[in-house]
Design a binder for this molecule. Structure first.
Ligand code: FAD
Length: 496
């Protein structure tokens, strides 16, 4: 309530926030988490909590009146449609040069993501987090994160034969015929549950294409892992539909301004609470926007000049390939990706073989590539418009396209196939307008010390993807989780 005091406030309930809350609670500290999205515990009129990817509805988008589907078109037809403005689960946040997709609700990105749980190759770690000792990460914190997240592997024998991974096997065949390394990657989706779905003995979820707007069954999202254990301590309270708008110094404490939202996104109350310590876990974009605004408007003037800098898109770029009629990718495609083409060392690209769970045969192979794009953008405060801008430009994706082409030009030439031009708008090959993997903006050892303590303000910490300088070489959430485990261990030992 208004005027309350808490020892620790955590802003956001994604990976960084969930790790932080669990470990602080286990150390005997009472933690209050604020989350601007919904709790996602109550079924809608169809009896399901989350809507299907094929039928987006009022639950699907964060405060938009029209859907903004990552694949905007199919066979030349635009797919987007009007929806009522609602505090939905997927935010397609638009900046001038890029749309950044993010999860909204208790669990953050874990609610909407593909669950690919990939630890970077150790030889690449120096480029991911240059100030962090790789030995402690690979010996302690990556294993800890993998165990707590419930990372598991698909049974290779089952993967070889089941219909719903035909698209991935076609992806492998084409990769291997062009001599690219092809790897199965771990996931947090419960692979035994998926086996039962495919066998018809459990309610279908991934096999029915659920992804992007939540998953009703097999995905081990944060509310089933870290947050369940955090709540079980009895020391963690989570309040949904509360958005933090300000943090300022109040004597030896911090004062936090919070807007309470209704499910249409209207502000129904504004409250001020105080806390001894505040952990920024609002995600790369959320944390960076808050800190950039607070520094520029004088609320936290002593934050250093690194705030807002070093933001990258993890080199995300999408494309589709048109297959020959003898290479169908299957009418049933599980939404959970398990495989990728690794051309990082030679070409700077790691391409996930992604599903197109349309329910019909598309003869398309679809890929989300993570590339070594060197471009970095900055968040700045736009006082006239009262918002935070991001300097990323669409043309900055060109290095990513060039790197992805090291894989797909070669495969197309070997197979005698072409790129699809109908998935992102008319005659557009590259999905270069978006990212699923925002990283950076309050970079470790620059905006903060080497464990996430913000310079200039004892008791303020960054614990999420904002710490990572723009690229993880693979999908990011295992690294975000492992880094949060590393940092909170040190903070508990030294600061409490
Ligand atoms: P987040 O998980 O983004 O959590 C931040 C939370 O803070 C959110 O719940 C947000 O609502 C809340 N918040 C923000 N601002 C405020 C505020 N002012 N007040 C209160 N609350 C606030 N990664 C992988 O590793 N593998 C994948 O397969 C994968 N697939 C993806 C697919 C999609 C469609 C998307 C969108 C992402 C995917 N990702 C994947 C990325 C991954 O989900 C993110 O990297 C991860 O969630 C980031 O974790 P985080 O802790 O930094 O923040």
């Amino acid at each position: 309530g208004d005027g309350a005091h808490v020892p620790v406030l955590v802003i956001g309930t994604g990976y960084g926030g969930s790790v932080t809350a669990l470990r602080l609670a286990q150390a005997g500290v009472d933690v209050h988490m604020l989350e601007m999205g919904q709790a996602w515990e109550t079924p809608g009129s169809d009896g399901k909590i989350f809507p299907n990817t094929r039928t987006p509805d009022y639950r699907s988008y964060w405060l938009r009146t029209r859907t903004k589907q990552p694949l905007s078109n199919f066979l030349g037809f635009p797919l987007d449609k009007d929806v009522p403005r609602h505090a939905g689960i997927l935010d397609a946040e638009e900046f001038a040069g890029i749309t950044v997709y993010q999860g909204r609700g208790i669990g953050g990105g874990s609610l909407v993501n593909g669950g690919m749980a990939v630890t970077p190759r150790r030889e690449h770690f120096g480029s991911v987090l240059p100030s962090v000792n790789p030995a402690e990460m690979y010996d302690v914190y990556y294993p800890r994160a993998n165990a707590e997240l419930g990372v598991n592997h698909v049974d290779p024998a089952w993967w070889e034969t089941v219909d719903c991974y035909q698209y991935a096997r076609v992806g492998r065949k084409h990769a291997q015929r062009s001599n690219f390394a092809f790897t199965l990657v771990p996931n947090v989706y419960d692979m035994n549950y998926m086996k039962q779905e495919a066998a018809g003995t459990a309610t279908k979820s991934a096999v029915d294409g659920e992804i992007l707007y939540g998953n009703n069954h097999g995905k081990k999202s944060l509310p089933k892992t870290y947050l369940a254990r955090a709540r079980a301590t009895g020391r963690v309270r989570i309040t949904p539909l509360h958005r933090v708008t300000s943090v300022t110094r109040a004597g030896t404490r911090y004062a936090i301004v919070v807007e309470q939202l209704d499910t249409s996104g209207n502000v129904t109350a504004t409250k001020t609470v105080t806390a001894d310590r505040v952990f920024f876990a609002a995600g790369s974009v959320g944390t960076s926007k808050l800190l950039t605004k607070l520094k520029a408007t004088g609320a936290l003037p002593n934050l250093n000049g690194e705030i807002g800098k070093g933001w990258g898109d993890n080199g995300n770029v999408m494309c589709g390939r048109a297959n020959h009629l003898w290479d169908p990718t299957g009418t049933v495609q599980t939404s959970i990706p398990t495989a990728g083409i690794d051309n990082w060392a030679a070409g700077g690209a790691f391409a996930e073989v992604a599903p197109l769970p349309t329910g019909i045969e598309t003869w398309a192979s679809f890929y989300l590539s993570i590339t070594k794009n060197p471009n970095r953008a900055q968040f700045t405060w736009n006082a006239a418009a009262n918002r935070v801008d991001l300097s990323w430009q669409t043309a900055w994706k060109q290095p990513s396209i060039t790197m992805a082409k090291t894989i797909f030009d070669k495969i197309n030439s070997k197979e005698g196939t072409i790129y699809r031009t109908d998935l992102f708008g008319a005659y557009k090959i590259w999905g270069d307008h978006l990212t699923y993997h925002p990283l950076g903006g309050a970079v470790l050892n620059k905006a903060t010390d080497n464990h996430g303590r913000l310079h200039g303000y004892p008791g303020l910490y960054v614990v999420d993807g904002a710490l990572i300088p723009g690229n993880t070489t693979v999908n990011p959430f295992v690294t975000i989780t492992a880094l949060a485990e590393r940092n909170i261990e040190r903070i508990i030992a030294e600061d409490l």
